[in-house]
Design a protein around this ligand. Structure first.
Ligand code: PLP
Length: 344
């Protein structure tokens, strides 16, 4: 700070400068500017994790008595936040099971005067369901409710939700944006009006800020984002095609395969199909567990978007927050295995 007046001016909101790194930091600011440019938004907020990003959005936009309409194919932590933890604040989430036959009127029928946010993840974790962003955006626009899209699986390189009508783009930067499996971070990219609301109503005093060191690592990761996403996508496509021909595989879930139910929507809104492949083994749950315990080249780990190939079992790991009936409703078979194809 230059002097007392400079410090007082920043606190009052009229002065320019960096005061304290929970509030603002030059490295974090640079990351926020770059992500806003990549996503095509006016502003962005970097957060301590992907969960901090989604929690900041839902807690800032919805108040007790309000509701959120969401697709139920979500990362397990997001599902727990929306389904269980928001209920403690008297915020309800209404879930829609994703399907290519979802219609505008079906989504509209879930919205009422208390709806403050529409929320989806595409491609969804772990089923690789691809949700039609334009379809949801048309409902969001009709009712002037913001649409938030978790863009983690595609990354800012493969998919630009804003171009399809979304208002808020979320990331677990822990994944492809960082790209090396060595940080935890999150992103909210949106208009100034929305980021100001998040900042004023939640962010400052709940303190979910990103550390400058993690911001620096993500800035470094971004330099190779395009190359990495091209390679993740081409390797994942080759593996998905190979698995699709394998006699012991019951079903392959990869939006890049022409037989995937939402391949056409994926082709409309994604540049390539990213690096995550899920599959069901003919031998069910036991075969899935045996496979994971006997892999040599893949690392048994629950993250994704790393340089290394990671394998995990959603029903017992990342999606253990879903009950058996909730797994069924979200279309997640108990024997499903998820592979995050690396750069090997
Ligand atoms: N969104 C998606 C699609 C995820 O896969 C994850 C984590 O796996 C998250 C959000 C949460 O991110 P984080 O683990 O960085 O809090």
């Amino acid at each position: 700070l230059q002097d007392h007046a400079h410090g007082a001016g920043i606190f009052a909101g009229s002065g320019q400068g960096y005061l304290y790194s929970r509030i603002s930091n030059p490295t974090v600011s640079l990351l926020q500017e770059k992500i806003a440019l990549l996503e095509g938004t006016r502003d962005a907020i970097a957060t301590a994790s992907g969960m901090a990003a989604s929690a900041s959005v839902v807690m800032s936009l919805a108040r007790p008595g309000d509701n959120i309409v969401a697709c139920n194919a979500l990362y397990g932590g997001t599902y727990a936040l929306l389904h269980s933890h928001l209920a403690d604040f008297n915020i309800e989430t209404r879930f829609l099971s994703p399907s290519i036959s979802n219609t505008r009127s079906e989504i509209m029928s879930m919205v009422d005067a208390g709806t403050r946010l529409l929320y989806l993840e595409t491609p969804a974790n772990p089923t690789l369901d691809v949700i039609d962003i334009e379809l949801w955006a048309s409902v969001a626009e009709k009712y002037s409710i913001p649409l938030a899209v978790d863009n983690t699986f595609a990354s800012s390189y493969l998919q630009k939700p804003i171009n399809h009508g979304a208002d808020i783009v979320l990331h677990s930067a822990t994944k492809y944006l960082g790209g090396h499996g060595d940080i935890i971070g999150g992103i909210v990219a949106a208009s100034d009006a929305i980021t100001t609301k998040i900042w004023d109503s939640y962010f400052n005093y709940f303190g979910p800020a990103m550390s400058p060191f993690n911001a620096w690592l993500i800035l470094r990761g971004l330099k190779t984002l395009a190359l990495r996403m091209e390679r993740h996508s081409s390797s994942a496509l080759a593996i998905a095609q190979w698995l699709d021909r394998h006699s012991k595989i019951k079903k392959v879930y990869y939006p890049g395969l022409p037989g995937h139910p939402s391949h056409t929507i994926a082709a409309k809104q994604m540049k390539h199909y990213s690096g995550i492949v899920a599959f069901e083994l003919s031998g069910g749950m036991d075969a899935g567990k045996r496979l994971m315990d006997s892999v040599d080249l893949c690392t048994l780990a629950v993250s994704l978007g790393d340089c290394e190939t990671l394998i995990q079992h959603p029903a017992s790991m990342t999606h253990s927050t879903y009950s058996a009936s909730e797994l069924k409703a979200a279309g997640i078979p108990e024997g499903l295995v998820r592979l995050s194809v690396g750069l090997e």
